[in-house]
Design a protein around this ligand. Structure first.
Ligand code: IPT
Length: 926
């Protein structure tokens, strides 16, 4: 059976470049007649032009049928959702039959049926004649239609199988989504051209025709002839393109040529002679409603979002993207690692036995994929590296793919991460290597390979992380530390954060669905939701942090001066603002001379009489509109604390505790005399505050093992035993022991309450007891307030969330947010929304009345309308319902978040180790 065969296709034409041709073409998109069968063996009589399909449904092309009510999506990461028994596929093989009638305009002759992408195997008939079949879901297939086209009405019939032998080659970590998901056209274009344009202005091409570049005075250049022109080079920062035409006798195609040269010199990756450091992301094609049938506007949105967040590179994980995406990368400027549609990861689960990568029977199929990748995308200046695929193990077929590629296109280095020996590639690439290992590689002191020749070869290669900083849920932590390494060692060519977008599918009940939500018997849960943008492409805090870390302009302060270094050529302005306690005091624009580095005197700052910390912020913004962002768009910022500010006068000492029956009154607070628990504060009914060590584990803890260890220890079910309540020395003192069942470790905590003339202070002293080997999730106090508390005004870092190893995007200032706005909508509910380094916060109702909390020292503030227990129980955001209380966390510290879902955990400086701690808060009424 063709769909369970090693052959990648039959009847297809040779692959060629994606081109914009003036040759006539007919878009065959739109509503097709459609029928879904549960197996592959339904009769194929539907291919006949007069077949009666009146009883069939319609399905839009391009689309995936499971997203239109036929069957359901399914998600697995590494596992094949069928037995590993190549090249066989299950009998349950959803098969979509498609029919489309179209009329040929008068005089039309010849042409090709062109499929941009069909998942996973398509057999094609025109007017009842079989044209052939194809596999390679994200690759173009063309069939010669000429012999079978008839004047007037024609019928194209396509049978698409969800599972085919090719499915073994397409085990990417994503939803399984069959269907004709990219365009189908009938085109009379046959042209192919391969343009070679280097940074030194040399220009030549291969192809049957003549090339003209009017702007450069090149006209009717013949194939194989090289000219040298005065062209500005193309780069991601200056994506200079030259309009060109390529004319054959039959058609003219429009090209945009970018002149650029990629080299490896002394182990350093260079573009146009300058070291190239990828500030990259891995981009899967994804849309929450359309899956991998991504609308054009969404591709534009991706590119604009990337550019606006200082991203300069994309790895097209793990297949060639829609061709229009690469046009956009050429135009707006993004370095691209173009990856072949190949992954056989699931063979790893059976000891890599029968891995197609190392089986000669699959050689043709793998080479076919590589050829189709290179041929389609060879003219894009943005494409600077070919990648053989992802996670496909090792084997002889890699050499076949690399060998052909090197010969066909010696101008681009070859990448493949899965073979540590790097025998077939030009760059050393790894995924999720720890900071320490990346540093060793940067220094050239990595562990050697067994084979000295291969080791020497690899040691001379530049290094990149094709995946790092797994952006799943709250995180990723450790970004800044990676960037520091990339900036320090010339051998390190940067990397690509995993990954761009959360693949959460729009779902009526769950909001966004992930693995298992469609009842898949085998799935990998929310591991498919690990992006820098949420499914609707709202930037997550991780992307905002990445923007900060990727800043191509650095603003630093020293001794009365601001130093600006810049690695981008476009004109910038440098507005500054002086604030006191978060309120604007003065502002202006700094005059910064052009050039890579400039040091300018700090502006003359006025004396600030206000209380509160005084901060100077300097921002770098675009001086005028660029194609990807308007004038004023912020590229970078820096901040400097200018003055601690005048301290508020300390209030006078207040009354001592007074016992009244079962309660103790202390200033404007009422406590339970027996338990020492606060019950009323400034007339508000409150619970707590009391010590809290637990948080709803983040994905990095759930998938990285820490969650399991914490629960094993019992941190999610701490008990509180009050040892004493005393009131002497003008204070109410409560001593407790906080500990989990079944363990002999715990924390002794002393709460000391005192009143002043206008408020109350709480001093907390925590002393761990016993042997604590695990880090603590958090250390702070938790309390609840009445439902009416609706928003918070604070001075600290914001506006977004920050954890010890994240929050680089959070700036110091005054902010205001509703409780709803404080929540970060991670698709899988987990700890989120902490505002860091809060000096004071006013937790108020709609009338502005409530409680003011001042930290000593600054604290982490989290507020929610649900408890930690509810948050951790929730599997989808739709499970979270506002309750009758507002839950407030005032944290002295939290554990970092790291990236242990895939990669290193929390770096040592960001771990929260159990240790004696003292911290305090002052509460007053507002
Ligand atoms: C790595 C895969 O290449 C990528 O597709 C994705 O699955 C990522 O992991 C996790 O989200 S492979 C892994 C074994 C490091």
């Amino acid at each position: 059976m063709y769909f369970a065969d090693f052959a990648p296709g039959a009847g297809r034409l040779d692959p060629r470049a994606a081109l914009h041709s003036d040759a006539p073409s007919i878009d065959l998109g739109g509503d097709w007649r459609f029928r879904l069968s549960a197996t592959a063996d339904a009769p194929d009589d539907f291919a006949a032009p007069d077949f009666d399909d009146a009883a069939w449904d319609t399905l839009p092309v391009p689309s995936h049928w499971p997203l239109h009510g036929y069957g359901e999506p399914a998600y697995t990461n590494v596992s094949y959702p069928f037995p590993v028994d190549p090249p066989h596929v299950p009998d349950e093989n959803p098969t979509g039959d498609y029919r489309r009638a179209f009329d040929l305009p008068e005089g039309w002759e010849g042409g090709r049926v062109r499929f941009e992408g069909v998942d996973s195997c398509a057999r094609v008939w025109l007017n009842g004649h079989e044209l052939g079949f194809t596999t390679g879901s994200r690759l173009v297939a063309e069939f010669d239609a000429g012999p079978y086209l008839t004047p007037g009405r024609n019928v194209l019939a396509v049978r698409v199988h969800q599972w085919s032998a090719a499915s073994y080659l397409e085990d990417q970590d994503m939803w399984w989504l069959p269907g004709i998901f990219r365009e189908v056209t009938l085109t009379r274009s046959t042209a192919d051209v391969f343009v070679h344009a280097a940074a030194d202005g040399t220009l030549s091409f291969e192809g049957d025709g003549l090339l003209s570049v009017p702007e450069l005075g090149v006209s009717d250049l013949a194939p194989g002839t090289q000219v040298r022109v005065a062209a500005e080079p193309w780069s991601a920062e200056t994506p200079r393109l030259y309009e060109a035409t390529f004319t054959t006798g039959e058609e003219t195609v429009r090209l945009r040529i970018g002149f650029r040269t990629i080299t490896i010199e002394d182990g350093v990756l260079k573009a146009n002679g300058v070291p190239l450091v990828f500030k990259g992301v891995n981009r899967h094609e994804f849309h929450p409603d359309h899956g991998r049938a991504v609308p054009y506007e969404t591709m534009v949105e991706d590119v604009l979002l990337m550019k606006r967040h200082n991203v300069n590179a994309v790895r097209t994980s793990h297949y060639p993207p829609h061709p229009a995406f690469l046009d956009l990368c050429d135009e707006y400027g993004l370095w691209v690692v173009d990856e072949c549609d190949l992954e056989t990861h699931g063979f790893g689960q059976v000891g890599w036995r029968r891995n197609p990568t190392d089986d000669p029977r699959w050689s043709e199929a793998l080479l076919d994929r590589m050829k189709r990748t290179v041929e389609r995308d060879k003219n894009h200046p943005s494409v600077v590296m070919w990648s053989l695929g992802n996670e496909a193990g090792v084997g002889a077929n890699l050499a076949v793919m690399a060998g052909w590629t090197r010969e066909r296109d010696p101008s681009r280095p070859i990448h493949y991460e899965g073979d540590l020996s790097c025998a077939d590639v030009d760059v050393y690439s790894r995924m999720y290597a720890s900071h320490a290992e990346v540093e060793a590689i940067g220094r050239g002191t990595e562990d050697p390979l067994d084979d000295p020749a291969l080791d020497a070869r690899r040691r001379a290669m530049p290094f990149m992380q094709c995946e790092y900083a797994h952006a799943m849920g709250n995180g990723p932590g450790g970004l800044a530390e990676y960037q520091e390494l990339f900036d320090t060692y010339p051998r390190l060519a940067g990397g690509f954060v995993w990954e761009w977008i959360d693949h959460g599918l729009t779902h009526e009940k769950y909001g966004y669905a992930y693995g298992g939500d469609y009842g898949e018997p085998l799935h990998d849960s929310n591991f498919v939701v690990d992006g820098l943008v949420f499914p609707d492409r709202t930037p997550s805090p991780g992307l905002l942090d990445l923007k900060k870390v990727f800043e191509p302009v650095k603003i630093t302060f020293s001794d009365g001066a601001v130093t600006v270094t810049r690695a981008v050529p476009y004109p910038l302005e440098f507005p500054w603002a002086l604030t006191a306690g978060g309120a604007l005091v003065a502002e202006g624009v700094l005059e910064v001379p052009d050039g890579e580095r400039a040091e300018v005197k700090l502006p003359d700052l006025p004396e600030v009489g206000e209380p509160g910390e005084v901060w100077l912020a300097v921002r770098a913004v675009l001086a005028h509109d660029l194609p990807w962002a308007p004038a004023g768009h912020e590229i970078a910022w820096g901040e400097l604390k200018v003055d601690e500010g005048r301290a508020h006068p300390s209030p006078e000492r207040g009354p001592a505790p007074v016992v009244r029956g079962e309660t103790v009154e202390l200033g404007a607070a009422v406590f339970d005399a027996r338990t020492g628990r606060l019950t009323t504060l400034f007339g508000l009914d409150v619970e707590g505050p009391r010590l809290d060590l637990w948080r709803a584990p983040v994905d990095n803890e759930r998938f990285g093992g820490l969650d399991w260890n914490w629960r094993h220890l019992g941190l999610h079910r701490l008990t509180h035993r009050v040892e004493s309540v005393s009131h002497d020395d003008g204070a109410l003192t409560v001593r407790s022991r906080v500990a989990p069942a079944a363990a002999d470790l715990g924390v002794r905590v002393t709460y000391r309450w005192t009143a002043d003339a206008t408020g109350l202070s709480l001093d907390v002293h925590a002393v761990p007891e016993g042997e604590w080997t695990l880090p603590l999730p958090r250390l702070g106090v938790a309390m609840t307030l009445p439902q009416g508390i609706a928003k918070v005004i604070w001075f600290g870092r914001g506006p977004g969330e920050a954890y010890p190893d994240t929050g680089m995007a959070a700036v110091t200032g005054g902010f205001e947010a509703t409780i709803e706005e404080l929540q970060t909508p991670y698709v899988y509910p987990q700890e989120n929304g902490q505002r860091a380094d809060v000096r004071w916060a006013m937790l108020v109702d709609d009338e502005g009345r409530g409680v003011r909390v001042t930290g000593d020292p600054a604290f982490g503030l989290t507020m929610r309308r649900w408890s930690t227990a509810e948050l951790e129980r929730a599997a989808h955001l739709t499970d979270l319902r506002p309750g009758s209380r507002v839950h407030v966390h005032l944290d002295h510290a939290q554990h970092g978040v790291g990236t242990a879902a895939c990669g290193p955990g929390v770096l040592a400086p960001y771990e929260l180790r159990a240790a004696e701690a003292r911290f305090g808060f002052r509460f007053s009424a507002v």
